[in-house]
Write a protein that binds this ligand. Structure first.
Ligand SMILES: [Zn+2]
Length: 437
């Protein structure tokens, strides 16, 4: 093992910190000079194992230590994890004292971020937990949409340092934040734009552990939508508000599927072939692969769950104020959801299929109020609580800080409008948005 000190410096991060990463800090390797010859001890023996199917940690130790010691190692391990509950492919590293067959230490990667380190100290086994160091940085991106929102984010040059997988996760986060305002699969127009500031937690290998959208703006047909993170209680369970402190939450999700599961994620200019082949009807069809989870778009009670003529397997939910939603052509239902079950918004009620009269796997979704069809994309019913009055001062301070983050990104018109108005003195305090422009 080579002693490694890696300095991680993130220049772009607003919240960047410097982390010192040290792997195998306890290994005694002399530093090597440039000129003088140094004595190098025999390399220690290191074995890297990956637990196979049915293989146990105890079994792996068998042969490396005797039965008594094996028990002691397992007991030390139990301080942090259950040795019988290790996943298949768990990484286990055995280190032996140089030149001997005497086991010196064992590392067990119990999760992506936690390693249990077992070390022999004076012939007794001790355990400790090693946390993967993470650093936090902020990623900024801006883009204009020419075809799909997905393509625009995945191919965004601002995000080159993120893996393809992480860029997809980012799209999920954006979808989660805008799911009440914007159906990215339906309502996108060419020339729509976005910008956002995203706080990442990153492991030393560059993979993202977690992330949180701090501030985002989406401009659809010239109308800006904002989502600014705010955590009134400081407990990590914050939510999103627009620039006026109104919650972005609405009584109904715009779509019952997550954006990334919708096939083609097509933009408005291009219609999905399946849609045009289906007879005229008053719902929205979402092409998605069989088995894609279907969510209740609002709180309510299940009033139908079963076959329904050409709709095939169908769920209907009754909501307050005479609203009913319908989800058709399902492949199957969530087992926990039956007639009379109360569901919450975003609960999974069933899975996409092609039962009934359907030419391909898709979800047929309808909204009715007092028996009349309504356009799901046109219903706008606020539901979330605004920023509490007591928190207004802190909200204004944090919100303008996060809004500033957006302003550092090369601008598009709505922000410029906003700034122009602020300079004119018409928008005081930089808290109102220039929607009238
Ligand atoms: Zn349909």
């Amino acid at each position: 093992m080579v002693k490694r000190n890696v300095r991680v410096i993130i220049s772009r991060g607003a919240i960047a910190i410097t982390a010192i990463v040290c792997s195998a800090c306890d290994s005694e390797v002399p530093s090597v000079g440039f000129l003088e010859t140094v004595w190098v001890p025999p390399a220690e023996k290191v074995e890297v194992h990956s637990l196979g199917q049915g293989e146990t940690f105890g079994g792996l130790l068998y042969g490396a230590v005797d039965a008594n010691e094996q028990e002691e190692v397992l007991r030390a391990f139990q301080n942090y994890a259950d040795p019988r509950r290790l996943r298949e492919r768990t990484n286990v590293v055995l280190r032996y004292r140089a030149g001997t067959n005497k086991l010196r230490s064992v590392d067990v990667a119990v999760s992506k971020d936690r390693t249990v380190r077992l070390t022999r100290v004076d012939d007794r086994w001790r355990s400790s937990l090693v946390q993967t160091p993470i650093f936090v940085d902020t990623v900024y991106a801006t883009g204009e949409i020419s075809e799909t929102f997905w393509g625009s984010v995945v191919n965004n040059v601002d995000l080159v340092e993120m893996t393809f997988e992480d860029r997809n996760l980012l799209i999920d986060r954006l979808d989660n934040v805008f799911q009440w305002q914007m159906d990215f699969s339906r309502q996108i127009r060419e020339g729509d734009s976005y910008r956002f500031a995203f706080e990442r937690e990153v492991r030393p290998d560059g993979s993202m552990r977690d992330g949180k959208l701090l501030a985002a703006e989406f401009v659809n047909l010239g109308v800006p939508y904002h989502a600014i993170y705010f955590d009134p209680n400081g407990d990590g369970y914050g939510s999103y508000f627009d620039l006026d402190g109104e919650s972005v939450r609405r009584a109904f999700l715009l779509k019952p599927l997550s954006y990334r599961r919708i096939s083609g994620r097509f933009s408005s200019g291009r219609r999905h072939p399946i849609l045009n082949t289906i007879r005229a009807h008053r719902g929205i069809d979402y092409a998605a692969s069989i088995g894609t989870p279907v969510m209740a778009t609002s709180d309510g009670v299940i009033i139908h769950r079963g076959p329904k003529g050409s709709f095939g397997n169908t769920v209907e939910i009754r909501h307050s104020n005479g609203w009913v939603t319908r989800y058709a052509h399902l492949n199957g239902f969530n087992r926990d959801v039956t007639l009379g079950t109360r569901v919450r918004q975003s609960d999974v009620i069933g899975y996409v299929g092609m039962t009934g009269l359907a030419t391909g796997p898709h979800l047929h979704y309808e909204m009715l109020q007092n028996g009349r069809h309504q356009d799901p994309l046109a219903v706008d019913l606020p539901s979330g609580d605004p920023v509490p009055a007591d928190d207004m001062t802190r909200w204004r301070a944090e919100m303008s800080g996060r809004y500033e983050l957006l302003k550092t990104i090369p601008g598009q018109s709505p922000l410029r409008t906003f700034e122009a108005e602020a300079e004119d003195g018409r928008a005081s305090g930089g808290l109102q948005q220039g929607e009238g422009a």
